[in-house]
Design a protein around this ligand. Structure first.
Ligand code: CP
Ligand code: NVA
Length: 369
């Protein structure tokens, strides 16, 4: 019998699987929070809140095996698991035997004997691979040195929700011009607003967040323009393990990725500008050198104006944020989508839990994704 499904990077998903997960996230959000109108203000239709989303985690537990800090990912996982009818057990590095008295292999087997899924935030990516190798239940990567898949799902959901800010997508060849209008009795098949192909600039450190963007955005039709100190072959290049996946998925083809050393060049024509901390968790000892290397990479109005970004460019950041990488004017300004992006961690993680953990059939090899 095949082993359980795992989700360690979005590179492991096909484009239809990615789209289904995003659609499912939007559907869960609409079901669980029907009283939220599109702009986030409260309406009075709270009775609808009694509608429950999928209860696929009923009587099930998900272990949150976190060896690093977390605000968003942890809260999303705990609240999302509860909405799916299950529970999440937070197991921080000080709480359990892992890493001190017990190996990842034994830990995975023991957790898998009592829980139906593992959501793991680790240091080196090999640690989550090791858990997945030996776990009898699905393992989902909650952030590793190489990848941050659930973050990029939230980013994509946020972009789709704000599709109207970027203008209309080209007409789909599959949709006949005379398609019948939806009525209120026919919920839309696809709750995700179509998004036109975007130019997305990433200015900053090549780390887990960028890596999952590299293997995803070009496959969904978006162009990525990346600037890191020294460019693609410099000190802040993508590790071979990441670039191999980029090449395997042909994300570097058809101008899918431009990668240079000049932030101004990277933001040229950008509809969206994204960055991340310059000092990821675990890199604190390199702080001084990194702050020096990244001079000139702060995202500001001036940088994007001089670089020739789309005048209506929007800003995104996975959070937590420091002022080094983006100033207050952009971060708290009207271009910023960072808080809707943070909110969407919940619905996308819920969709992953529902699909990969809740609906995985332990008696067979069925994976509904
Ligand atoms: N973006 C993100 O993963 O945030 P946390 O570290 O707070 O979970
Ligand atoms: N690159 C950052 C992301 C934090 C969500 C880190 O790994 O610390």
């Amino acid at each position: 019998m095949p082993g359980p499904p795992h989700l360690l990077t979005l590179a492991d998903l096909t484009v239809p699987q990615l789209k289904r997960l995003l659609n499912h996230s939007a559907h869960l959000k609409a079901t669980a929070q029907p009283w939220l109108v599109p702009h986030g203000s409260l309406s009075f239709k709270r009775a609808n809140a009694l509608r429950l989303p999928s209860q696929s985690l009923f009587n099930k537990s998900v272990a949150l095996l976190f060896s690093k800090r977390s605000t968003r990912t942890r809260i999303a996982a705990e609240t999302g698991a509860a909405l799916l009818g299950g529970r999440a057990l937070f197991l921080g590095r000080e709480d359990i035997q892992l890493g001190v008295n017990e190996s990842p292999r034994d830990t995975a087997r023991v957790i898998g004997g009592m829980c139906e899924g593992i959501f793991a935030r680790v240091g080196d990516h090999s640690e989550v691979e090791e858990l997945a190798k030996y776990s009898p239940v699905p393992v989902v990567n909650a952030l590793s040195s190489l990848w941050h898949p659930t973050q990029i799902l939230a980013d994509l959901l946020t972009l789709h929700e704000h599709a109207h800010l970027f203008g209309a997508p080209p007409p789909s060849p599959e949709a006949p011009a005379s398609a019948p209008k939806n009525t209120k009795h026919q919920p839309p098949k696809d709750p995700l607003a179509p998004l036109r192909p975007l130019t997305v600039a990433y200015v900053g450190d090549a780390a887990n967040v960028l890596h999952d963007m590299l293997v995803t955005f070009p496959r969904l039709g978006h162009k990525l323009r990346v600037a890191t100190p020294g460019g693609r072959d410099g000190k802040y290049a993508a590790p071979t393990a990441v670039w191999d996946r980029v090449v395997e998925l042909e994300c570097d083809k058809n101008d899918g990725i431009w990668w240079g050393a000049d932030p101004k060049e990277a933001v040229r024509g950008a509809d969206v500008v994204i960055t991340d901390t310059w000092i990821s968790m675990g890199q604190e000892a390199e702080a001084e050198q990194r702050l020096a290397d990244f001079q000139g990479f702060q995202v500001t109005e001036e940088l994007c104006r001089e670089g020739g970004a789309n005048p209506d460019w929007k800003f995104m950041h996975c959070l937590p944020r420091k002022k080094n990488e983006v100033d207050d004017e952009v971060f708290y300004g009207p271009r910023s989508l960072v808080f809707p992006e943070a909110d969407n961690r919940k619905w996308t993680i819920m969709a992953v839990f529902d699909t990969v953990i809740g609906k995985w059939d332990l008696d067979g090899d069925r994976w509904t994704l």
